[in-house]
Unconditional design. Sequence first.
Length: 145
Amino acid sequence: MPDTTAKKPVRSRAPRARTASGGKKGDDASAPTPRPSKKTAPQAAHRLRIRVRAYEHGILDSSVKQIIDTAARYNAEIIGPVPLPIDIKKYTVNRAAFIDKDSREQFEMRIHKRMIDILNPAPKVIEALSNIDLPSGVNIDVKMM
């Protein structure tokens, strides 16, 4: 009677890579040196990150334009303005003080945000930005990265 069970072909594994010293992993004295990459690593650039926040987008945009004009006057490299997500704070209050729980009002506050990066800022740029006069209601956070 013929054999009805078919045998599966056996797969052979690829041989493991050996180090230059003959296969010992602990011997690092003759380990090959890594090749230098073709891409040159960028130098660590200093970055001035400015985050501007306001309740009104019109005032915010005019303030951002004023910041960018001030930085551009001193030939600074500018990235942005990048619009960030709007923070929306919603508040629900009862219309009546005592009765009628079903009657409510909803209010919301929208906080608009923008981010500007200035690469390798010169001391004159930092001084000019610190002396800039912006309208009230505009909040600025400056970080050196």
